[in-house]
Structure formats: C-alpha cells, structure tokens
Design a protein around this ligand. Structure first.
Ligand code: UD1
Length: 421
C-alpha cells in the first residue's frame, strides 16, 4: 500500500488558514532543551515527522517528554546519554544540531553522519571546525562521528559560510563555554534569532541575534522556562505562492510578514496584491501572471532556497520566460523533470533554470523525492487540469503538518489517499 496526495486541479484557491509552528525553529529549540538539566514547556510545536524523530532521539537520550497537542513538557534532568541511535539519527539532517547541545552539556557526543533530503552534498565541515575551536576532538568509526572535549572554552569563531545549522550549533555549544564567545559570519535566518530568544528566556547571555555577529557569555546553569514557537515562514510562503499560482485569493492567519519580504516582493512583481494587518496576510493573486526575470536564492534576508521549487511550479504558467538561480543547494532542480512531464517547459543547466511559461499543466502521477520539491509538485497539481497524484507523501510530511487539510481550507480539492499502485 502506498500513500499519496490526490489533487483535482484547475481552480483558483479561495479561503483562509492559520499557520503551523516553524519546523526550522522547533528543531534547534528542541536540541537546546537538552542543554538544560530541568524542565521546558514549549507551545506551538509542529506535529511533523522531523519533530517526531527529534523527540524519539531525545527520549532515547534520557529526556522525559509529555505531549499535549502542540504543547510539549520536556524534562532533560536525567538526559545523561550522549550517543544518538544510528538508525533514528540518519532519518534527518537536523540530528547534527545535537552535536553542539551534547558537547555543550557533556563534552561528549556520538552521532551518525546526518541523513535528510537529497538536495545536494550537504557537508558538515563548518559544524566540525566550530566544535574543534571550543575544544572537541573528532574521530570517525563505522559511519559514526565521535566527539570528545577535555576543555570547553569560549572562542572567536569565524564561519567560512553563514550556514544555518552551524550557526545554531555554535550558539548551543557556547551557552556553557567558559568566557565570551564571538561567532562571526553567522547566518541571519529568523529561526536563529528565535533560538537565541528561547535560550535567553532560559538565562543564557546572548547579544547580536539576528545579525552576522553573535556574542555569548558562558553561564553555569539554565532555568526552567515556557516558550511559544514562531509560525513557519516556509509553510506561509508555500501557501502564498499557491494562492498566486492558482490566481486565487487567500488569507493567512498567524503570519510574521516582516520575515517574508523577499517572497512577498517576488509575488508582487508577478502581479499579486499583498496586504497585511498585524498577523494576518491577504493575497489577491488574480493578476499574478507575470514572469520573473531573475530569481536568486540566497541566505536570509534573500529569497529562501526552501521556496524555490514552489516558485518554479508557479512560474510554469507565467506569461513569458523566467529564470531561477539556485545558490544554496546544488541539486534542487530535481522536480523540473516532473514538471516537464506535466507539460511545463523548464530547461536546467547546473544551478540555473529557465522556465518558459505555458498555458496549462496536465495532471498526472508524480513522485516526491524530497520535502520542498514534494510540496511544489502538490502546487503543480493545483494548477494542472485534471487529477494529479503525488506519491512520496512521507517526504512532504517531514515539514507540513497537514498540507491536504490546509489546502482544503484554502478551497482546494485535495486529499491524502492510500492506494495499491
Ligand atoms: C537549514 C534549514 C533548511 C534550509 C537551509 C538553507 C533547518 C532545520 N534546515 O539547513 O531548511 O534549506 O538551512 O536555508 O533549519 N554547508 C557546508 N558545510 C557545512 C554546512 C553547510 O558546505 O558544514 C553548505 C551546504 O551544503 C549548503 C549551504 O552550506 O550548500 C547551506 O547549508 P546550511 O545553511 O547549513 O543549511 P542547513 O542548516 O542544513
């Protein structure tokens, strides 16, 4: 039996939905809970596969976790283990975030080399170099990464590239490091500021979050705290793009629009009207037919790579030629082949894609191979005439709590199905 999203496409979206909590904030914040030898209450934790895997790993490391809907009560007092189960750990890339937390807490960590979506090489050299500066010594044994430190001292750390995960790992590692750590060339993604806010509520001494230079004065202990996670800006972007792609009118509640300027700007260039009032965003995509001359993915505040595939799907039916340059992950054009089978005209060459707009896409059976590309195929199904089945739904569920349910609230005809394909 296989599971898929089944979409009857061709109708403009019309409706409203409230956003889920952020995946990319939840994962580092959960890792941060491990640092504190006590209790944390977290609200608005998204109920997705990646957080489920993280929670399983944390339980295996000795945390006691109580789940009440989207609220978690995490007690990490007895989390004395430092070895992450290989099979669990390989299920997602974010396992690597446990490196900074485990080393910071125990000066010891054993983890598998991280797995995750197939979107490029995804090395971990920046994480390793940062941990080495704090004092960690690394060894590799049977596909596992062994790290141990005799000292745990504050450092000045210059990241060779503003990696999101490596910035988060360096922050986690610095919370208990003796002295004043300065992390330079930090990634500035809002989820990093969220991690810092969370840690500050716990008593960590951090300055400069949201900028490319973060200062952390090491402390001896953290305290119990309660925190509500930010909404997911990638889910928000996915729905805004879906609204524009189907030439619909949608409303999103619980959005932090100030984090979404790059995507809003591109959608406006396509012809969409976007109006925001507090945490509500209204998108009118009825005229969103213009192509985009050059979209470049970039680190924040640039256009996020996690929305590139969804935008590509939307541009397939723009009135003219668009161009996308993928600067972050080298293998993020895998869906182009599927889109072309649906009738699109996408030509890729290395990190560049040219999209010649066509009048319509045709529904068919397609297969998701990774999270955001999978969501983009569902969007293609919304645009296409007839029925589209998107297999590989488990990839999509790594990041979207209930994509079918949310899209139904936005007026789409879509369901999750189990088939015997
Ligand atoms: C995070 C996000 C992911 C998003 C990505 C880029 C989470 C849980 N995931 O992933 O959704 O797509 O940021 O915004 O927050 N790199 C190296 N060496 C390293 C680390 C990274 O070369 O040690 C390279 C990667 O191969 C990639 C680029 O740096 O080309 C960006 O990766 P990074 O910012 O680390 O992404 P993640 O933290 O994995």
């Amino acid at each position: 039996m296989l599971e898929c999203f089944e979409i009857s496409g061709g109708t403009p979206l019309c409706g409203s939905v409230t956003l889920q909590g952020s995946k990319n904030a939840a994962l580092p914040v959960l890792a941060a809970c491990l640092l504190h030898r006590g209790k944390t209450v977290l609200h608005n934790v998204p109920d997705i596969r990646d957080t489920a895997v993280m929670l399983q790993i944390m339980e295996q490391l000795g945390c006691e976790i109580e789940k009440k809907g989207r609220t978690l009560i995490i007690d990490a007092k007895e989390a004395k283990q430092f070895q992450v189960d290989a099979a669990l750990g390989r299920q997602m890339r974010s396992t690597i975030l446990l490196l900074g937390a485990l080393l910071g807490r125990n000066q010891k960590a054993v983890l598998p080399f991280p797995g995750g979506c197939i979107i490029g090489m995804r090395p971990i050299d920046i994480h390793i170099t940062a941990m080495q500066k704090f004092g960690a010594v690394f060894e590799e044994q049977d596909g596992m990464l062994l790290a141990e430190a005799g000292r745990w001292d504050a450092q000045t750390i210059l990241l060779r590239f503003p990696s999101v995960g490596a910035t988060e790992n360096a922050i986690l590692a610095a919370v208990y490091a003796k002295g004043l750590t300065c992390i330079q060339n930090c990634a500035r993604e809002p989820e990093i500021a969220e991690l810092c806010c969370f840690l500050k509520e716990k008593g960590a001494k951090i300055q400069g979050e949201g900028t490319s230079c973060i200062w952390i004065r090491g402390v001896d202990v953290l305290q119990d705290s309660t925190y509500t996670l930010m909404p997911d800006r990638i889910v928000a972007g996915t729905y805004l793009i879906a609204g524009a792609a189907t030439r619909g009118k949608i409303t999103l509640h619980g959005i932090q629009m100030h984090n979404m300027e790059a995507v809003a700007e591109l959608l406006r260039q396509m012809g969409a009207a976007i109006v925001c009032e507090k945490d509500t965003c209204y998108l009118d995509g009825r005229k969103a037919a213009r192509p985009l001359e050059c979209v470049c993915t970039d680190t924040y505040p640039g256009f996020p790579t996690d929305l590139q595939s969804q935008l590509m799907a939307a541009l397939c039916i723009a009135e003219g030629k668009s161009r996308i340059k993928e600067q972050i992950f080298e293998e993020r054009f895998r869906i182009a082949a599927w889109l072309n089978r649906m009738g699109a005209k996408v030509v890729t060459d290395g990190r560049e894609a040219v999209i010649h707009g066509v009048k319509r896409l045709q529904g068919m059976t397609v297969e998701a191979q990774e999270l955001r590309g999978g969501a983009a195929l569902v969007l293609a199904g919304l645009i296409a005439e007839g029925k589209t089945q998107v297999y590989g739904s488990s990839f999509i569920e790594r990041g979207y709590e209930d994509l079918a349910g949310d899209l139904r609230l936005l007026g789409a005809v879509v369901s999750r199905k189990t088939t015997e394909r």
